[in-house]
Design a binder for this molecule. Structure first.
Ligand code: HEM
Length: 151
């Protein structure tokens, strides 16, 4: 039961993280205005919550509800998945800091000044995050089936 429920929560959080990355990418293709800026702010917040949840539930699964920590820490795809998670987290610092900078201006109902270069950078980060998450999904499927286990 714990296993099924944690698997459910893990999937919900993981799909939310993926949806947020794709949504950011779509929003960043549109004309940057107040509505888009606020939607990007909301997406970044939801992404932060879902990424924290996927990590917490993932840790519960590693240590308590699945095959045990020894299994996962001796599995190459799982270690690759953790590396990709770290990379995606580092990438997410870029939009989070930029969006934090907008906070005061947005609260005053004004549009923050964002250069085309910055928008391009945010798009590149969103693409990087989508790729990391796809990689994590592949690694998760391999790890779950014992592919790439050492020893
Ligand atoms: C955005 C990040 C993540 C995504 C997209 C993701 C995706 C997935 C998916 C799709 C599965 C199901 C695999 C299958 O049954 O075929 C899975 C399982 C799992 N994930 Fe994640 N995951 C993420 C982050 C994490 C993190 C951070 C941890 C650990 C701290 C973790 C630990 C696990 C564990 C233990 C399983 C169960 C594998 C098994 O059935 O043996 N995941 N993940």
């Amino acid at each position: 039961m714990t296993s099924a429920f944690s698997a459910f929560l893990h999937h919900v959080a993981a799909f939310t993280v993926f949806a947020c990355a794709v949504l950011s990418l779509v929003l960043l293709q549109l004309k940057f205005d107040l509505r888009i800026a606020k939607q990007l702010q909301l997406t970044d917040m939801v992404n932060g919550i879902a990424a924290t949840l996927v990590l917490l539930v993932g840790m519960i699964r590693v240590f308590y509800s699945e095959k045990g920590a020894d299994y996962y820490f001796n599995n190459v795809p799982f270690l690759a998945k953790m590396t990709l998670y770290g990379l995606a987290s580092i990438l997410s610092i870029v939009p989070t800091l930029e969006i934090f900078r907008w906070k005061k201006t947005l609260n005053q109902g004004q549009l923050p000044v964002v250069s085309d270069t910055k928008v391009g950078q945010l798009r590149a980060v969103a693409i990087g995050q989508v790729l990391c998450i796809l990689g994590m999904m592949l690694c998760a499927s391999l790890a779950a089936r014992g592919i790439g286990s050492m020893g």
